[in-house]
Write a protein that binds this ligand. Structure first.
Ligand SMILES: Cc1ncc(C[n+]2csc(CCOP(=O)(O)OP(=O)(O)O)c2C)c(N)n1
Length: 279
């Protein structure tokens, strides 16, 4: 397969993840649509080719790990996992309903393919550092991927983990910051300005890049570069749009947690499916 074909395939996978995420949240009627949609392109790259995983053997010891520290984006991760056949697609309809194995936030004890329980913001960074360090101590060559929210990195615990990862020279750790410029109740610049995120990570000793987080090509190439940076952990700051690919969510100022009507769901899915046909 040529590089161009691979990129096209990842773009299609991203659209499929968006459609399934919308169906999950739209069927329930509410959910964390904004922050789920903004990381879809990264999930498509990770689950569509980069991560060394085996859906038949989800706990395979040599696998790459993903810690989605912004655990409220669980529905997007579940969509990627189901599309990769970690569990049946029908299970997506059970999102956040009584007895489900798909809670609103990621839970490693409930969901096949979820590597770490998250939801309490900031903690995933420390967990990912522990996983990466443990895998290295055990002589494994696997990578640990970590997805952080931009509002989330206001948590002090993140920077403790970032400092220690650099001290341990964890070049098997690749973090992403979903820089969609919004947190729960407004813009990060108005609530607690993050300044230059890339420069901050660099000052802690990390290899750092900044890319268009809606471009699977840029994300894919940045991961390749990150793997080439030896002796230090890597961060990829993703310039994203909260609600990306779902017009009513993109247009809403408060799009962190939203109600979704059946009409909104149908219209947004139709637009996405159009992209699948024309692309
Ligand atoms: C320690 C902690 N404090 C508060 C919350 C409640 N909370 C959930 S998501 C969220 C906003 C996160 O913003 P951001 O990291 O930018 O993620 P995005 O909404 O862009 O996905 C908050 C405050 C939480 N889950 N954990």
């Amino acid at each position: 397969m040529s590089g161009q074909e691979k990129i096209r395939e990842l773009e299609k996978f991203a659209v499929q993840i968006r459609v399934e995420t919308l169906k999950e949240i739209g069927t329930l009627g509410f959910g964390h649509l904004g922050g789920a949609m903004s990381i879809v392109d990264t999930l498509a790259v990770l689950y569509g080719g980069v991560m060394n995983i085996d859906p038949q053997n989800p706990s395979w010891e040599e696998r790459d790990w993903l810690v989605c520290s912004k655990g409220h984006a669980g529905p997007a991760v579940y969509a990627a996992l189901a599309l990769r056949k970690f569990f049946p697609m029908e299970e997506l309809e059970t999102l956040n309903k009584p007895g489900t194995r798909l809670p609103s936030h990621c839970d490693r004890n409930l969901t096949t393919g979820i590597d770490m329980t998250t939801g309490s913001l900031g903690q995933g960074a420390s967990l990912a550092v522990g996983i990466a360090l443990g895998n290295r101590l055990d002589g494994r060559t696997s990578y640990t991927y970590l997805i952080l929210g931009d509002g989330e990195i206001q948590e002090g615990q993140v920077w403790e983990a970032v400092l220690y990862a650099a001290h341990q020279k964890l070049d098997n750790l690749i973090a992403f910051v979903d820089y969609n410029k919004k947190q729960l109740d407004g813009y990060t610049k108005d609530i607690n300005d993050l300044g230059d995120i890339k420069a901050k990570f660099e000052s802690f000793g990390w290899h750092a890049q900044e890319v268009d987080g809606s471009s699977v090509r840029e994300i894919y190439e940045a991961i390749e570069k990150a793997k080439g940076a030896k002796g230090r952990p890597s961060v990829i700051v993703l310039h994203t749009v909260k609600g990306k690919g779902c017009r009513f969510a993109e247009n809403a100022f408060l799009n962190h947690h939203m109600t979704v009507s059946k009409e909104q769901m149908a219209e947004a899915i139709a637009e996405l499916e159009q992209q699948l046909q024309t692309g």
